[in-house]
Write a protein that binds this ligand. Structure first.
Ligand code: NAD
Ligand code: TYD
Length: 337
């Protein structure tokens, strides 16, 4: 199978690239990534000499570049991760790039995929397109699309374009919507790596609002395995929700991290809430479990412990990020909060 993975230098994409090359001897893979602030080739260290792996630096909104990669590599299947992915950036640092990358980039890829008659296009999407839940219930594949921030809205727009490509032109397209991931190589602007890094440096842990916002956490490799199953066994035109079914308030997650690191809860700081902050996400992953036989491999507790350990052992990875341009971002977002 010749795969085009977009955004393979990011958090989930790099875990997926490693997983696919390790687990499938028949996979050849092209990683197409623009290397934005979130893209880091260090995440893929060791793969440079693998004859089944090719890296192409390119932007999904650049038609000529996208066209060239399809033409040159005889792509059979696309797994589309490339995106602007951070809600806070979409709220405070300009949302146009979210529309450009997430919406225009997806349509650019869809057009190239059609022109080159690819066999399957997998759109990696998010539970955030469904908006916020009340205190009860879980999102199913038929829940209404009600995004509440520019990131979520841009992902919803992309999902609609993928659906339209299937309905209008018969492109074999499948959409996955996953809950919050955590694991190695996650950029330290997202909740779990940010809190681990701050705790390790004895810095305050900024919890938005009352800390009772609920997210449904999934270990990144469980997500990667779910996408792998969808690539191979999913039905064209279908949607699959993916989730760890571990929905807990942010405060519980932060306290769990502090416990693992043996750091005091006095490091927690409640700060001004995020605007339009979705109160609760929880996924019903019953469809992918029943139809494709996927399920998470281990417990949240074990995965969190392994993840925290990874950040302890790979301190130089996140320290390099936190001493670069990220410092300016952090000061701007948290400085007056
Ligand atoms: P990330 O921000 O860590 O990585 C994004 C990658 O895309 C980076 O390597 C970046 O360089 C690349 N990229 C950005 N703009 C690009 C462009 N214009 N052209 C080419 N490459 C570009 O993101 P992530 O957390 O790994 O998320 C990957 C995908 O999974 C996204 O589509 C996201 O919406 C989706 N998703 C994420 C989560 C989560 O919890 N992180 C949950 C569900 C779905
Ligand atoms: P995040 O990792 O940004 O993912 P998402 O917004 O996609 O769910 O945030 C996860 C949750 O943690 C979300 O409810 C916002 C909250 N949060 C904080 O309380 N403090 C922080 O510094 C960050 C980054 C997030």
């Amino acid at each position: 199978m010749r795969l085009l993975v977009t955004g393979g230098a990011g958090f989930i994409g790099s875990n997926f690239v490693r997983w696919m090359l390790q687990d499938h001897a028949d996979v050849e893979l092209v990683n197409f990534d623009a290397l934005t602030y979130a893209g880091n080739l260090e995440n893929l260290a060791g793969l440079e000499d693998d004859p089944r792996y090719t890296f192409v630096k390119g932007d999904v909104t650049d038609r000529a570049c996208v066209e060239a990669v399809f033409a040159r590599h005889a792509i059979e299947t696309v797994v589309h991760f490339a995106a602007e992915s951070h809600v806070d950036r979409s709220l405070h640092f300009g949302s146009l790039v979210f529309v450009q990358t997430n919406v225009v980039g997806t349509q650019t890829l869809l057009e190239a995929a059609r022109a080159h008659a690819v066999k399957r296009f997998v759109q990696v999407s998010t539970d955030e397109v469904y908006g916020s839940l009340g205190s009860q219930g879980r999102f199913t594949e038929t829940s209404p699309i009600q995004p509440n921030n520019p990131y979520a809205a841009s992902k919803a727009g992309a999902d609609f374009l993928v659906r339209a490509a299937h309905q209008s032109y018969g492109l074999d397209a499948v959409i996955t919507r996953c809950s919050n991931n955590f694991g190695p190589y996650q950029f330290p602007e997202k909740l779990i790596p940010l809190m681990v890094a701050n705790a390790l440096e004895d810095k305050p842990l900024p919890v938005y609002g009352d800390g009772m916002h609920v997210r449904d956490w999934i270990y990144v490799l469980d997500h990667c395995r779910a996408i792998d199953v969808v690539v191979r066994k999913g039905t064209a035109g279908e949607l699959y929700n993916i989730g760890g079914t571990h929905d807990v308030p942010n405060l519980d997650v932060v306290r769990g991290i502090l416990r693992i690191l043996d750091k005091p809860e006095s490091l927690i700081r409640f700060v001004k809430d995020r605007p339009g902050h979705d109160r609760r996400y929880a996924m019903d992953a019953g469809k992918i479990r029943a139809e494709l036989g996927w399920q998470p491999a281990g417990s949240f507790e074990d995965a969190l412990e392994a993840t925290v350990r990874w950040y302890v052992e790979n301190r130089e990875w996140w320290e390099r990020i936190r001493t670069g341009a990220y410092r300016e971002y952090y000061q701007k977002l948290y400085g007056n909060r």
